[in-house]
Design a protein around this ligand. Structure first.
Ligand code: FES
Length: 165
């Protein structure tokens, strides 16, 4: 089946089996291997990508469902030469150990902050929107879909808190 996906601002034409997940399309058809396969069952968050600004588990989505959507992967957020603020914060706070879950954590955290800002009433000033104050517990709750087997949670939460402030 021929489909066309918009990923990180580039359109890709693919020939995939209709049962191909978005995660497998990214990793196996497009060589975008930043999104990881941990559980393949929607439980770990290692495969998190953004679709139209919202985070999803790409292992649970069929690639064919996302024609016409704006898909962002970890590769689209930054590069080693030009990291995003969230990527820099993860490095600065040692928000990882083995690193396997890190792309999903960073994409999820980036989308989570974006979702929060969008959720503010329109009369709230940009200053407040850009500075959602969250407790460590709130961040942990909002990031509960992303597991870290190494338990690097203190650094992950600190990185997100730093980026949000
Ligand atoms: Fe998708 Fe674990 S690989 S949630």
């Amino acid at each position: 089946m021929n489909i066309s996906l918009s990923i990180n601002g580039t359109t890709h034409d693919l020939d995939v089996d209709p049962r191909t997940t978005l995660l497998d399309a990214l990793r196996h058809h497009l060589d975008l291997t930043g999104s990881k396969k941990g559980c393949d069952h929607g439980q770990c968050g290692a495969c998190t990508v953004m679709v139209n600004g919202r985070r999803i588990n790409s292992c649970l989505a069929l690639a064919v469902m996302h024609e016409g959507d704006d898909i962002t992967t970890i590769e689209g957020l930054g590069s080693p030469e030009a990291m995003s603020p969230m990527q820099e914060a993860f490095v600065g706070h040692d928000g990882f150990q083995c690193g396997y879950c890190t792309p999903g954590q960073i994409v999820s955290a980036t989308a989570m902050l974006s979702e929060l800002k969008e959720g503010w009433p329109s009369h709230v000033s940009d200053d407040l929107v850009s500075a959602p104050k969250m407790s460590r517990d709130e961040i942990a709750e909002r990031m509960s879909g992303n597991l870290c087997r190494c338990s690097a949670y203190p650094g992950i939460v600190a990185a997100i808190q730093d980026t949000a402030d």
